[in-house]
Design a protein. Structure first.
Lengths: 335, 344, 335, 344
């Protein structure tokens, strides 16, 4: 979908996919050191996120690569070390597993290991999450892993505006940024400011709804469902405050603490497996900072510890749904 | 539910004569023909069902490439193992998997090969030695190599066959797996199904050097490069290579040049391809080519065989559509024995 | 060190390394389908864990491999699919990053994806942890990642007896087992029962010390320091209960809950980075199950979110030490 | 702290004449000699310091392999980049890194190249184009390839050189990296330092096929295979290959056969090796061989050069031992700008 100017001149309505495209486009126009490499990017990328880039920037800055994930990641790093600023497009997050040495042992550690000499200014884009029955090898969410990995920034937007503004920040960042595009939300629409896309700073949550009864902390592709649940909850008299973290490292601990101080109830909702997910860190940190005595409930809602099944009948069963969010929130408020 | 006509596993494969394809006995030619038209009919029905919205998720079909699956697998016994890739329906059918359970799996229904957990990209039938499709390019290479190593350790006579595309030759596992197989002298046949494209990119635009056979040779794996749309050539070359492998000669590679009629997935129109190339590719249909050979040898039943395949697949498709969804609770089965969770 | 029979005929005193060697030896003698593959294993392995194996079992069952981590992992899986039972030796955990597709996308998912047809009965041995100034690429602890990964069992022993008994269980398991040998403790000594090594079931914690004042939950190479801290704490009047989890998935939630019900205070101590570590899951789960109202303190002590530095002066600075454990435990009891 | 004598970066490298090594001018022979004896002296001092307990962690020295580092790097300018592996001291020294700061790093002291965070396996000096050693076998391959791609994009005249061992040719990144470099016609020289062993295993026992040059050729990367203990041959071959690369001819590979005198790490006695092989390897010392050439050409100062190197390294070693430890708080520096933590 091409972006179209709406009545209000200051904003445009567009898709999340297009928002990302516009952000990358703007940055590649601004800075000739920025380039993109990955499979099929010269044809616009698997998702069309780079449509028209080849025509504008040529094959040296829009590099369609072989199916060589280790080298896509590692070459991106090498190119950063000589002063370019690569956008490393990984197509689908699961394939990053083919490039983990380059990401975990090299990109994340190289600045530290070399005492600050290296600046791996790369953005690694890794569209992730459950998506139209793609089964276990094309649907994983492992964003919590990278919060545990020193040396990287972890970004997981859920809205048109955040996709654009956070991608601009990611491309301008001198730190390596792991950018989890929410692939199920590519076609989701929303508005963003027209004209120059301003960078959105990392580590600031967005309050999607203010409320007094409980704090729901969430991020990435599940956010629209949480918003929906918020409306349903309001109808049954539960006034939820909803925070979209937007970045998981750094994360907006202050905003979460402030909200939980007010509501005394915390529910973390994420699409990933609950066990060992980032929800655990949030709960542990909130308990640590506020003390158990100052909290009534601290719960998580995530997927059960299962690979993602293919069949709609099974996928729906294990997905976090709006109903489950509503139920968990109600239980938290009763508890 | 219609019963699936599985090709009989050819226990002791009859060696094919590479030069004189006329030397093939008529039954074998019919076998090859039937396998190819069944694959074609399966893929066409699947494509149609996907368009109709009955098959969820991505679907990769192998229309135009049937000669490779058929020509290789006719040489295998049930005990032999294969690994496949994301475009694996043909491999599974040729190895003897049931089209009925495959359709159920594609539809995500109860009774499918994976109970609805896998779908198109993860079809497996261990009972006929089909160790699974794979959603990761090159994913099947180390698995096939390890299977061959395990079979050797167990003193089995079975061998392993590893199907992968041209795109897979640019990932690290290609080097590691071939070196490994040659090193331990493993009974494995690598089959590179070279349709010239990898997703939306022409493979030659992302591949340096003289090609897959040179890469394999540099890793100690000899083999044959053939026209993959000539199923008799595939059959003959496979027979030769397997004879060497079964004699303890170590791994071999078969490079089969072929053509994919459709786009990468069922939703990809592949509009970027040169229409002339597409036309030429389709004109070089492996099924039509074998049909010509069979007609020359007096076969009269080809239309009937093709019609039977179409009917068979239509009935599997209908059965799948009518089949129940898997019980939701089965989502919790088969994760692991110890440490499994049960909640939702 | 060779094991030597001690005065008590029923036990032997030996090293953790030798305990692992004896366990693998016993199982390879018992079951001809068990074999080992990895770099240098024919020469006894990097750590001597397979000393003498080549001589006894020959080169087909003791397979020294090329430096091909992806294939070491993937071939192990393939060999399991035809009915053998490989021990996949990864040398040092960090190199597993070169084999993550095979581990994460294949081994962990294959049984599920194929609806139960595949049984990937592999043991992946991955010696991990900080170890004599080996810097960022040879010292990582990411065991918490795999708790978040459905399809695998996660084992992290700390004692001679557990190394042996849990390795026997791992080799006999039909599930894939990720076995984190604590490499800094290879030379640590301890006693184990002589003769046949009995399997130790997964998911049972070992109580190293009973106490009333707080519950310390821990595992892997840090355990000896926690034990030491327990003694120091006792001297200053703090009576700590210490639980060594031994396996992280499944983990002994019941034992932890029972202990925290008694002490009302929880401190999780691990060597890995605190942020996003498995300590977060334990805290979140305990809070979830017991309710914040029934707990006075729930804290974690892990490493700061940094790659591991090389210099002793820096490594010591970021390590979890006995002193830090004592201080954290005291703070928890005061708090 | 003693000042380190860095070899002057040879801005416009003088082309060597491959055939007639006598064609080398005497100054260049001296340069090569000095570099080699400095590496030897560095490694011996480091080995001794490790035995004395002053260097913590694992230590991999390159005694016997000096000819490769010296012969390659004499052809590089400061702007050219190199990546290295776990056995990288020689590469760093030859590229112009300071032995003083290297010793400080090995000892984990303040002022070391990585502020004590890296140690032996992670020495880097970006100011002279040394992009770092690597603790992961093959880890430097994609980095070098990417550096070359970045340099090309920036229209720099600099090139990249990637040092790795024979053991690295069995990992996937070798295939991926060479294919990639050839594909994009990148200015990168791959240098395979082939000492015949990988850790405790003879590489030929785990490597199939005709060898590294065939593998490279199959990936579109031509090159030269030479005696790595003949530093003049290394110099000449490198000059030839770099000329082709700098002329826009794309990547090249240099395969240098050499010998490692010591075990894998400083604590490995390598007792499994055939004593005759070891003796033969040591007899074929690259330093002694160049010394013979120089002596023939009338050079009289070789002992003095060697003695100076020993003295220099002894003084760096002593300075490192006397140097302060890094401030503990620096452990928290240089993780990342945003989201950095500060506590302990
Ligand atoms: C490691 C990995 N990278 C990328 C993909 C996405 N992908 C799926 S199929 C494909 C192209 C494969 O080409 P080829 O191997 O030639 O098989 P073909 O589709 O032509 O049959 C790609 C890039 C993937 N599945 N796995
Ligand atoms: C991916 C990976 N696997 C294993 C190791 C352990 N290791 C370190 S050096 C080495 C041998 C390397 O041999 P080679 O590349 O020939 O270099 P050499 O030591 O002979 O100089 C091994 C196996 C490692 N560092 N990285
Ligand atoms: Mg292809
Ligand atoms: Mg070597």
């Amino acid at each position: 979908m091409t972006s179209k100017i709406t009545a209000k001149p200051a904003t445009i309505e567009t898709t999340l996919n297009e928002a990302g495209r516009l952000a990358a486009l703007q940055e590649m126009r601004r800075d000739p050191r920025v380039w993109v490499l990955g499979e099929d990017v010269a044809r616009g990328g698997l998702w069309g996120q780079y449509k028209g880039f080849l025509e504008e920037f040529g094959p040296e800055r829009v590099v369609s690569t072989p199916i060589s994930e280790s080298t896509i990641m590692g070459a991106g790093l090498g190119a950063a070390l000589v002063g370019t600023r690569p956008i490393i497009e990984m197509r689908i997050f699961d394939f990053v597993m083919c490039a983990m040495d380059e990401l975990v042992n090299q990109i994340a550690k190289i600045r530290y290991m070399f005492g600050g000499q290296a600046r791996p200014a790369v953005v690694v884009r890794m569209p992730h999450g459950m998506w139209r029955n793609s089964a276990a090898q094309h649907s994983q969410m492992l964003e919590s892993w990278f919060v545990h990995l020193p040396g990287v920034i972890v970004v997981a937007p859920s809205s048109v505006e955040d996709e654009a503004g956070l991608l601009v920040s990611a491309i301008r960042s001198d730190d390596p940024v792991l950018f989890f595009d929410p692939k199920d939300l590519w076609p989701a629409t929303g508005t963003m400011t027209a004209g120059e896309i301003a960078p959105i700073p990392f580590g600031r949550a967005r309050t999607l709804r203010e409320g007094r009864d409980l704090t729901i902390v969430t991020w990435s592709a599940i956010v629209p469902k949480v918003i929906e649940a918020g409306v349903t909850l309001a109808q049954s008299g539960v006034d939820a405050e909803i925070l979209d973290l937007r970045t998981l490292w750094p994360w907006d601990e202050a905003a979460v603490l402030a909200s939980v101080r007010k509501t005394k109830r915390l529910l973390v909702v994420h699409e990933a497996v609950e066990v060992g997910g980032f929800g655990a860190e949030i709960v542990a940190r909130v308990i640590d900072q506020l003390g158990p005595a100052n909290i009534l409930v601290a719960k998580r809602l995530g997927a059960p510890r299962l690979p993602i099944p293919f069949s709609p009948a099974l996928e729906n069963q294990i997905r976090v749904t709006t109903d489950k969010i509503v139920a968990a929130a109600k239980a938290a408020v009763m508890g | 539910m219609a019963k699936s006509a599985r090709p009989k596993p050819t226990g002791k494969p009859e060696p094919a004569t590479p030069a004189a394809t006329g030397g093939h006995n008529l039954a074998r030619l019919h076998d090859l023909y039937r396998t190819m038209v069944r694959i074609r009919a399966f893929e066409e029905a699947a494509l149609d069902a996907h368009k109709a919205g009955d098959i969820p998720g991505p679907l990769h079909v192998s229309i135009g490439q049937e000669g490779v699956a058929a020509g290789v697998c006719v040489n295998l016994s049930r005990e032999d193992r294969i690994t496949s890739n994301h475009r694996g329906h043909g491999h599974a059918l040729a190895k003897g998997a049931g089209a009925d359970r495959m359709f159920l799996e594609l539809f995500g229904r109860e009774g499918g090969y994976c109970g609805g957990k896998g779908g198109s990209m993860h079809i497996a039938d261990f009972s006929v030695g089909m160790l699974g499709a794979n959603g990761v390019v090159s994913g099947g290479i180390p698995i096939a190599v390890g299977a061959a190593q395990g079979l050797k350790l167990l003193r089995s006579k079975a061998i392993a066959v590893c199907f992968f595309g041209d795109g897979a030759t640019n990932r690290g596992p290609f080097l590691e797996g071939l070196n490994w197989a040659a090193l331990y002298n493993l009974p494995v046949l690598f089959v590179c199904e070279d349709n010239g494209v990898a997703a939306f990119t022409a493979t030659q635009t992302v591949t340096a050097g003289p090609g897959v056979m040179a890469r394999a040779a540099s890793l100690g794996v000899p083999g044959l490069s053939i026209d993959g749309n000539d199923v008799l050539a595939v059959d003959a070359a496979t027979a030769d290579l397997l004879a060497a492998i079964r004699a303890g000669g170590g791994p071999r590679i078969l490079h089969a040049k072929t053509y994919r009629w459709t786009g990468h997935t069922s939703t990809d129109a592949a509009a970027w391809r040169d229409p002339q190339d597409v036309a030429a590719g389709k004109a070089n249909c492996p099924i039509a080519r074998l049909a010509a050979v069979l007609a020359e040898r007096g076969a009269k039943d080809l239309t009937a065989i093709a019609a039977a395949a179409t009917t068979e697949m239509a009935s599997h498709r209908a059965a799948a559509k009518a089949a129940p969804w898997p019980q939701p609770s089965t989502a919790f089965d088969d994760v692991q024995d110890v440490g499994a969770v049960r909640f939702s």
